[in-house]
Design a protein. Sequence first.
Length: 322
Amino acid sequence: MIERDMEDLIAGFPDDFFHGFGFRLVGRQRSFAGVGRFDLLFIDRFDSRILMELKARPLRYEDATQVAGYKDELARQGEKNIVMWLVGTQVPSSVREFLDRIGIQYREIHEGEYRLVAERRGLAISSEVQASANRAVPFGASSPGEANPGARPDRRKTEEPPSAHRSTERKGDPPSAVAKMTKRQVGEFAKELVKQEFQKHGFEIDCDSPEQKAFNFTARRGGPTVGVQIRSLRKFGFVYAEKDRFTLRDQLYLAFVFFPEGHLPALFLIPSIVWKTPARPFVSRDYGPGLQSPPEWGMTISATNLQLLEPYRFDSSLRALL
């Protein structure tokens, strides 16, 4: 996936990436007030102009200083009602601190999130389609069994639409973007997916809760505030939360995101109180004094146990909170 693919997806579906901001695209790849060249220009719901610079890689300090220079020059020219955004596949903590200090907005969007949006919208990744075409049969030749190489095959009669429970990748396809992420990146991606799901249902998200050690964030929509702790896996295994940080009570939930290779992510939202009387797949482990691991609540994730989690599918659990 190249930067142009990412830009196309944000330009076409800004609400999928920036839910609630009301971004409306007004321009791409243009200069603004004679200061630099920006990838995307939006208007938000407050009629602020959003100048967005996009990188198909982790952000670097020089990216931040470049956008900071644009911001200073626009201020010198008297331009007002402008918000600067910098987007990358990862935002290192040093870059975050600098951007926070100078008032520039930023967003970390992993490649897997772009692919998920493309999948939901029924789109192919343009650069990969072109690359695949370039590796295809020579010009004027047809592949075996293809009567008309210029015609697009009609798959509707022979293929069912892919579902969340069936692989959308073909044998021999390269590993998915999630498979290539580090463990930390998978965790951050899972956090963004869960936040987006809450926001789509009208919840306000607070990532600066005083109980940050217990929660990844809190969510609220009119009623009580809900604490959310997030766990994720790419293959079958065990997930846990330490008991001294995840104290069972109402309005505390564990959000679990499973990323099976070749499938769309599966999201679950589990009330903490299920661990008061744990039954498969939920477990309570007290390792005893002198042992290295502290007491923990956990789940063993297997093909069979995933079926037992069906009542806790994210949408079903979230409806109970509305």
